[in-house]
Design a protein around this ligand. Structure first.
Ligand SMILES: [Zn+2]
Length: 129
């Protein structure tokens, strides 16, 4: 699914509905408590979350398609035995080398050792959802 299709899906799901004239009385189709005046920020936040979701669980991480790229949380930033450490960026590869590989480095990690929440930086359009 392309990013354009994903954005269109969010716009259809969270369409602004209500009286035909003016903004008054309009609300989000899916979230009736969001009125017309708040709709633009509401729907753009939904699009942002669709394109670059924040990953909170290992299960969500494992569900991402091969080719996805994530930036882990800032928890690894700091000093470790005198060496400055930074959060990792990982690229998910398919079998037979399946795993999350450090970008611009060596080594692989299990999903359980990537610090969450992680921010999705890239998902391949063709294989998503
Ligand atoms: Zn909504």
């Amino acid at each position: 699914m392309s990013n354009v299709d994903r954005i269109a899906g969010v716009l259809v799901e969270h369409a602004l509905v209500g009286p035909l004239s003016g903004v008054g009385g309009k609300h989000c189709r899916k979230c009736p408590d969001v009125d017309g005046l708040d709709w633009i920020r509401h729907v753009t936040a939904k699009i942002d979350a669709e394109l670059q979701p924040v990953i909170e669980t290992v299960e969500q991480l494992d569900a991402l398609p091969p080719g996805s790229v994530v930036l882990e949380a800032m928890g690894r930033y700091g000093d470790f035995l005198g060496i400055t450490t930074i959060p990792g960026v990982f690229h998910k590869f398919p079998a037979p080398v399946e795993g999350w590989y450090v970008v611009a480095g060596h080594g692989a990690r299990e999903s359980t050792s990537i610090e969450l929440p992680a921010r999705v930086l890239y998902t391949p359009e063709a294989d998503h959802g």
